[in-house]
Design a protein around this ligand. Structure first.
Ligand SMILES: Nc1nc2c(c(=O)[nH]1)N[C@H]1C(S)=C(S)[C@@H](COP(=O)(O)O)O[C@H]1N2
Ligand SMILES: [Mo]
Length: 531
């Protein structure tokens, strides 16, 4: 026989008077489970943002429950809760999750992670729901998976602390509550912050998407419409670039890590600075003005010789000149500093904006509201200037100022202040290093010199004499122009070269320069083999 006292000290007894009967770690374990579940849901919510709200574990399960429940159950729910039936569903789900969460916390042990298994099981339900929503694919399981990973990690870390607390109570040493509280605080903060951020971002996204879907394009009167693209404008030669670039094929260049998602309600354009009357245009103010439609080729200054950073689209927009006239520009001003919703800036010469060319505040692209990537709901399009000095997307602010007072984003980083588009020509067919059959070879491509126009394109083979290419129908001086040249080729390896002449009579320079600071120059060259 041993005394109680001896048993308590040697620690071998199953029960002893000194040993606490309640485990002090229990409330800590309950809280751990609840926090782990909260982290799972919060992180899952945030991770779902890029996938759309139906990939969120919580909402996917909710929607699936609604869709899969028999109609009698739905009727009971509607009778019982009326228009609060969705709230009731979410509360019911939350209670169920809380029960599983408490269970997970209580049963989790470092070497027997049964609680983690409970979270994984809940995750499987979430993943099943998220991947079975209409239009969903396996990648829609990612948010749930991410959430569960974060939740399991949380549970493991917190459980370790709970074990230490139990152990301390057992051995009579000081109970390490502080570490647990710090960790629990961090988990709670993460859960709430991720959840709130996720919901807000998803809401913004959904709001912008539905706003764009409901977008009503302004009506353009017959005389303000863009001329139709005449047959002959598009030389339909295999391998040649189409005259109009589809929105999905259009190059995209910007500094935005996250594409701004504005609605037309969020949007306004403040026009201020060296003006007589400062104004702020709302979307409906803009819609009250007269739109015009124009087909214009955009080009990026970063385009290398022969590069693809150029595209042509039909834009509906409002003449920038008219808006500037409305506010009254000071004669001392020479720059329009435009700013996008994400803080990017562009400096455009006011003289160019007012010289009669079709500089637009554009709202549609090829008959669609601007794609988000291309500036929804409003962006600038200015024929003849590279994008970085003219084509501000998501534009919300115009400051009328001077080049000696303000500097735009890229100018601060070593690019030019003024950047008219340089005359360029490009071989599109045959492809680079192509092998073609001897006989007639159609060499085709495109050339641009926006707002001056293309007058001539010449092609040569291996530094031989220049040959005039056949030009396509000229659409306008603000668009690119296609060309082709029929070549009688015999077997061999050749170098083809192209150069254009603009309507001012200026031949495209042979001098090779890099894109920085104001655009690349030089003749495009392509090697091909004739067999
Ligand atoms: N807000 C914003 N607008 C911007 C840019 C940008 O980085 N941010 N880049 C400009 C540049 S360099 C170019 S070439 C054009 C490209 O327009 P796109 O992406 O519609 O083809 O957008 C211009 N507008
Ligand atoms: Mo650009």
């Amino acid at each position: 026989m041993t005394t109680n006292e001896e048993r308590a000290h040697d620690g071998s007894g199953e029960s002893g008077d000194r040993r606490p009967r309640v485990r002090p770690g229990l409330p800590v374990r309950v809280l751990s489970g609840v926090l782990a579940a909260a982290v799972t849901l919060g992180v899952g919510e945030l991770a779902a943002v890029p996938f759309g709200s139906s990939a969120s574990p919580f909402f996917a399960v909710g929607s699936t429950t609604v869709d899969r429940s028999p109609s009698w159950a739905r009727e009971i729910a509607i009778t019982a809760f009326g228009t609060n039936d969705k709230a009731a569903l979410f509360i019911g789900m939350s209670i169920l999750i809380a029960i599983f969460a408490v269970l997970a916390g209580v049963v989790e042990r470092p070497r027997r992670p049964y609680g983690s298994l409970v979270l994984v099981a809940l995750g499987i339900v979430g993943m099943y729901a998220a991947t079975s929503r209409p239009g969903a694919t396996v990648v829609d399981a990612t948010p749930t998976l991410t959430g569960v990973a974060a939740g399991v990690l949380t549970l493991m870390l917190l459980t370790r602390r709970a074990d230490e607390i139990d152990h301390a109570a057992h051995t009579g040493t000081e109970v390490p509550r502080r570490q647990f509280l710090v960790l629990a605080g961090a988990a709670a903060t993460l859960a709430v912050a991720a959840g709130v951020a996720g919901r807000n971002l998803a809401g913004t996204l959904a709001g912008a998407i539905s706003n764009r879907m409901a977008f009503v394009a302004p009506l353009v009167s017959a005389r303000n419409r863009a001329p139709a693209v005449a047959p002959g404008t598009d030389i339909a030669i295999p391998g040649a670039t189409p005259f109009v670039t589809g929105n999905n094929a259009f190059y995209r260049i910007d500094t935005a890590l996250q594409v701004p998602m504005l609605t037309t309600d969020d949007w306004s354009l403040r026009i201020h600075g060296m003006v007589d009357r400062e104004i702020r245009l709302s979307w409906s103010d803009l819609m009250a003005r007269t739109p015009i439609e124009r087909t214009i080729t955009l080009t990026c200054v970063s385009n290398e010789i022969g590069g693809a950073l150029a595209g042509t689209a039909t834009w509906v927009g409002y003449p920038i000149k008219d808006l500037l006239d409305e506010v009254g520009i000071s004669p001392d001003a020479d720059m329009l500093l435009s700013t996008s919703a994400d803080g990017f800036t562009v400096g455009t010469p006011i003289a160019v904006l007012r010289d009669g060319r079709d500089a637009l505040l554009a709202v549609t692209m090829n008959g669609e509201p601007l794609p988000f990537e291309h500036g929804y709901p409003a962006r600038q399009v200015v024929p003849g200037l590279y994008g970085f000095v003219s084509a501000t997307k998501w534009v919300v602010d115009w400051e009328v100022t001077r080049f000696d007072r303000a500097q735009a984003y890229w100018t601060r980083r070593g690019w030019a202040e003024q950047a008219p588009i340089k005359t360029a020509s490009r071989i599109d067919a045959p492809a680079s290093f192509a092998r073609v059959r001897a006989g007639e070879v159609l060499v085709a491509g495109t050339a641009w010199a926006q707002h001056r126009g293309i007058a001539r394109v010449e092609v040569r083979v291996d530094d031989g004499p220049w040959n005039d290419a056949t030009l396509s129908e000229e659409y306008s001086i603000d668009t690119w122009r296609q060309w082709y040249w029929s070549w009688q080729a015999s077997p061999g390896t050749y170098t083809l070269q192209v150069r254009a002449t603009d309507r001012d009579g200026e031949i495209q320079t042979e001098m090779r320069v890099e894109p920085i600071p104001d655009g690349a120059s030089g003749w495009h060259t392509r090697s091909i083999t004739v067999v």
